[in-house]
Design a protein around this ligand. Sequence first.
Ligand code: 9MG
Length: 274
Amino acid sequence: MTAKGLQTSTNNTKVMGILNVTPDSFSDGGKFSSFDNALIQVEQMISDGVDIIDIGGESTRPGAVDVTEADELSRVIPLLKAIKAKFDIKVSIDTSKAEVMSQAIIHGADIINDVRALQNEGCLTVLANSDVPVCLMHMQGMPRTMQENPHYDDVIGEIKQFFIERIKVCEDEGINRERIILDPGFGFGKTLEQNYQLLAQLHQFSDLELPLLSGTSRKSMIGNLLQRNVDERLAGSLTTAIIAAQQNASIIRVHDVKETVDALKVLSMTQKYQ
Ligand code: 9MG
């Protein structure tokens, strides 16, 4: 599979459903951290029209503490194997650890989603030795402290420069650009204003000619703007999904699959006549 195949010209945006398998899952209250519940959640997302399931065994929310490799492997790999055995669905593994990437690829992962853009030791080599697409996300700082004082002189320009550098590093290592997906990393070391500037100007990354992933679902950029708790952010999440899709985002990463699929279908119907 190449990531380039994910690129959209008219609206054919893919929906990536979030499956957090951490005890402190971001906004499902850890409801789906048990194995069986996770599989039920996958089945539901498939019937709701999901294109890709993104499994994450490390919490990357602001302030999150590190998880050991052994814990992450034990959370992610058995679930990946079970999903691949039971369902016909693409699976992305959200990890920054080389060993988790390696095991995930062996067990059939379709995409590696790395919020640290393959900057951790060994990650480039693992990807170079595979043919799996990879999502390179931008983050300023590290999850524990990234929201303390984010600063940019030019948020779009600096993120674009980061992408250009990481694409070059990947290509030099033998990961060709056809396998790369880019993600500006909403909420990862960005103020509220910077997040909305990024969302409004997502099209500015189009000249890199790679698929874009947008992940705003239920994030603080919505909660803080609207003064809504995490379970009250659906309208905000859908609005941001549509704004991203209108600028040709190829993948939207969401908690609320059914509602997002519906919203994208409505958008797609209007785009036929534009
Ligand atoms: C794991 N994770 C949490 N938020 C994310 C986002 O916005 N993008 C990507 N690629 N991964 C994310």
